[in-house]
Design a protein around this ligand. Sequence first.
Ligand code: GH3
Ligand code: MG
Ligand code: MG
Ligand code: MG
Ligand code: MG
Length: 305
Amino acid sequence: MAFSVRALIADDDKASAKLVEVLLKKWGIEVVVAHDGLEALEYIMQFDPPSLLLLDWEMPGYNGIELCQKVRKNDMKNPPYIIICTARDSAEHIAEGLNQGANDFVTKPFNTQVLKARVEVGCRTLKLQARLVEAMTRLDRLASFDELTGLLNRRALFERVHEDLSRAMRTESRLCFAVCDIDWFKRINDKYGHPAGDAILRQLGALLSQQLRLYDRVGRIGGEEFFLLFSVKDIVRANKVLERIRQEIEKCRFEFEGKVIPVTMSFGAAFVTPDDKVERVEVYFSHADKALYRSKERGRNLVTF
Ligand code: GH3
Ligand code: MG
Ligand code: MG
Ligand code: MG
Ligand code: MG
């Protein structure tokens, strides 16, 4: 995708705004224009706001510096580049503007060459920033999500589960921790191939997320092992939820390259209540894991607490 900059020109002097608008358009920049601070703020507050702001210092509504302060008050992921345009070019004014969050200044009346050079610096800075933001977003995603299923990975999941557990203890609510593991997955891979196994993992990831509610947790914690956490009143209801999920998986049609593949999962679960007075994820996780082993021993495709 080509990098494009959208600029906001805010100036109560219409002739001056028009001059800058014509120049920016000539330089290939998309432009919106506001003639006072309030109108400018509306553009700035948009969902997809302009990234290059050319703000006149003196304007009715909010002046350029007040707008700067408003923009910088929010900790934005992708902050705009702000150029203050003003005839006030004393050292004090320049220092004040920069201190309030401006990136640069141009003095009025405009010198076209200088304006162009400063706008280009802004565009370069924005381009670099966009690349950094994109790289950070990718890194965040890689660090927290499993690539195959799109679910939380083990590390990110346990971070969140730690928080869920302390909140549950504080608010006296009950949780169910569950580990589930595909039955005979090695055989499935051997019989239908690894890509078929991957497709099953993806489909199961989607099915498990669908089965739980927004504030529940689902993650992939190992090769063919998933983790579920949900809040629930009592162990009978927790068992019902897991039993329903187990049956959904059993009923679900897994198909790969025209072949229908039977898939089941075994579940191990631990019920968590504040009366336990235990606030360590590892303890419940280990209970759930042991219960999973019992499900496997008892013949698989079962839920055990
Ligand atoms: P059990 O019912 O006792 O759980 O038997 P199982 O065969 O499922 O268990 P085992 O631990 O023997 O084998 C797990 C298999 O899961 C082996 C491994 O190749 C497969 N596996 C792990 N990660 C992936 C993956 O990302 N993709 C695919 N296709 N297979 C995977
Ligand atoms: Mg003005
Ligand atoms: Mg195993
Ligand atoms: Mg398995
Ligand atoms: Mg396993």
